[in-house]
Design a protein. Sequence first.
Length: 213
Amino acid sequence: MKGYKYILLDWDGNLARTLDIWLEATRLPLERRGVKISDNQIVMQCFGRPWEGYAELGVTDVEAAIKEMDGHAKKYLPEVELYPDALFVLEQLKNMGKKTALITTSLRENVLHLLDKYNLHDYFDVVVANEDTMHHKPHPEPLEKALEELGGTKDNAVMIGDSDKDIEAAKNTGVDSILFYPDEHKIFYNLEELQKFGPTHTVSDFRKIIDIV
């Protein structure tokens, strides 16, 4: 098994159980504008790219819709829990001497207070949030920025995430990837569709990441 020194981790749906919150927050502005689509369509089209997704779905006041989405999410994000094994894996990565970066499309303010809440700051050498890059996943810029700040190399790096944006970003950057797909993600993502993006590894048990890295 190839070992990796630089571990790049997504936040939403990977470490933090935020998918339900973001699904509801993304849906509300659409419903208020008469756009009704399936939960899976919302995830695939809007998660990680709400500006483009809303516009493609016919929303004309995208900025206002985004504010509504963020406003709803902010009400519930403080209650977010981590996935059961997230803290264990982060502790193991630190004990193994891995260099880690948190890479998220969420605004920094939406993540930092949760890092405070769960005392996670020491587990990340770098945090790359929404406002830190011009382009977001699946564009390679966030991953490239994280690797630059870590002083890392692509051949020794792996991206861990739950979505097509994470896996495609890894491919666009030229790094390996681990798709996290627990049973509870079945209502959000279709595994066959995600596999089309070519993850290097797929795990349903987050602890299996330790065996890979």
